[in-house]
Ligand binder design. Structure first.
Ligand code: FAD
Length: 475
């Protein structure tokens, strides 16, 4: 009897899991799944404790779902990332594995690890990798001269053409095995890594993710185009945490979307199209890290921006991290992330722009801090978002486009509903002064228990423009 091993990584689901599906194709084979935790690597990437807890909860749900199909989930914790290769090669040997199946991870180190594993197995075990976690495989969306698109809109248009033709069917969850493998005796020991409860917003497991996807498609999609930029509304899917761990796949999102809105590709002004556009942004950043692996080492895409003379001020950085900058929309957003592990997309853009363009702090500080707090932390999307905001990335905001945090607050949180939710110390401030509370004459002699702006936006803007210009001239 053959033994097939499925190595689960960022694909914690049984539905639409190409590697699991392929491993189960031989009805007589004994199928085992394995997950390897690598806390040292997580520490280097500063994975958020909320994401670590969410990962563990989802692993427990997955283990249960696999057990119901006669597939035991073996769990192992390796001191570090590179050790997983040697451990897995040994595990294959001890289990007499004939074939190993996995879905690709597209980050540089992960791809290098997979190559090292193939070498270590030296043909004794057949390795089969599958594209996953994207709508379209990296490398399959190419310009006329076979390059990677550097600008989003033509990339998006090429994706739309491909999606119209591609077979986007999801593969089914495997049936119960004829020869179930014996249960694993490995307990799902909590990782040697700090964890923080994800909260009620994030029930674990693919049933929860699929049900949220269904509800979003049927109840919120119509309004998505108009409402998605307003942070006080619950108008976006909140599926990013599930997508980041692969509890849900983009293909499942696309399938559900095109079933509910069959003409999605033709109606560019619809909520469904706008949402698909966001999923394609997600693909864009994944395709980019494959074509430009230096992005995984946090190198800027635009070379001359490496000469920007960043300001190193621990106090300013801490004020931004804690939500104490004196700019209410920035502070409310940072507190939302610190307290819940999620931040609205518009606010990610505003807070990132503030750190880089108002405080002139290196975008990598912000990238790292976001990773350490976000429940949906994802290298490609986070790096892409930060490089966009810092004007260091491909197709990013031009460096001279600088958000005014006060105007952004007024525009996207006009009545201050979001700000009031996260900054209770501004409760007494009337709406007219809410975006500039330091100007409120009614604060009294003691003032508000809220900081004055830590920088003046007008002069900070000039300093930043000069710093970018000097870097560009050097570049
Ligand atoms: P929805 O609006 O419902 O969008 C659906 C899905 O599309 C999201 O779940 C997400 O997977 C994807 N998506 C949406 N917008 C983007 C985008 N701009 N770029 C890439 N994918 C997108 N997203 C992450 O998943 N992880 C991160 O670590 C991350 N860091 C970011 C950092 C910055 C500075 C910025 C500007 C954006 C970042 N994003 C990140 C993208 C985006 O903010 C989140 O994906 C989105 O807010 C998640 O909420 P949602 O699931 O309700 O999104």
């Amino acid at each position: 009897m053959k033994t097939h091993l499925v190595w689960l990584r960022a694909d914690l689901r049984i539905h639409d899991n190409p590697a699991l599906y392929a491993a189960c194709q031989d009805p007589d084979a004994r199928v085992l799944a394995v997950y390897i935790a690598t806390p040292e690597q997580w520490r280097r990437h500063e994975m958020a404790p909320r994401q670590a807890a969410f990962l563990l909860d989802n692993l427990a749900a997955l283990r249960h779902a696999l057990a119901g199909r006669g597939i035991p989930l073996h769990y192992h914790q390796c001191p570090d990332f590179s050790d997983s290769v040697a451990w897995l090669a040994d595990f294959c040997r001890s289990q007499g594995a004939d074939a190993l199946f996995y879905n690709y991870q597209y980050e540089f180190n992960e791809r290098r690890r997979d190559r090292a594993l193939e070498q270590a197995l030296d043909g004794r075990v057949t390795c089969q990798g599958f594209d996953d976690g994207v709508l379209l495989p990296p490398g399959s969306v190419r310009t006329g001269d076979s390059g990677m698109y550097k600008v989003f809109t033509p990339f998006r248009n090429a994706c739309l053409r491909k999606l119209a033709e591609a077979d986007m069917q999801c593969v089914p969850a495997p049936a119960r095995r004829v020869n179930p493998a014996p249960e694993s005796r490995d307990g799902l020991a909590p990782f040697d890594y700090p964890r923080q409860a994800p909260g009620e917003e994030y029930p674990a497991g693919e049933d929860a993710a699929l049900s949220r996807l269904r509800t979003f498609c049927h109840q919120q999609m119509q309004d998505y185009r108009k409402a998605r930029d307003i942070p006080s509304l619950d108008a976006t899917s909140r599926l990013s945490a599930y997508l980041a761990l692969g509890v849900l796949s983009p293909r499942q999102c696309y399938n559900r979307l095109s079933r509910a809105y069959p003409l999605v590709l033709e109606h560019a002004d619809s909520g469904a199209f706008t949402w698909l556009n966001e999923l394609i942004w997600r693909d864009f950043y994944r395709h980019l890290i494959v074509s430009y692996p230096a992005l995984c080492r946090h190198q800027p895409f635009i070379g001359w921006t490496r000469h920007v003379a960043w300001c190193r001020d621990e106090n300013l950085l801490a004020a931004w991290q804690l939500g104490k900058t004196g700019y209410p929309i920035v502070d409310a957003a940072m507190r939302q992330m610190n307290q819940t592990g999620w931040m609205h997309n518009r606010l990610r853009m505003i807070t990132a722009s503030f750190l880089v363009k108002d405080l002139l702090i290196d975008w990598r500080e912000g990238e790292r801090y976001f990773m350490s707090r976000l429940i949906d932390g994802d290298l490609a999307a986070n790096n892409g978002g930060w490089q966009w905001a810092a004007s260091t990335g491909t197709d990013s905001a031009p460096y001279f486009r600088i958000f005014n945090p006060t105007t952004q607050g007024r525009r996207f949180d006009e009545r201050g509903e979001f700000i009031r939710r996260w900054l209770p110390e501004l409760a007494a401030v009337p709406d007219t002064y809410l975006h500039e509370p330091h100007l409120w004459p009614g604060a009294g002699e003691d003032g508000l228990d809220y900081p004055r702006p830590i920088v003046d936006h007008g002069s900070a803007r000039q300093t930043t423009l000069a710093a970018y210009k000097a870097a560009k001239d050097r570049g």
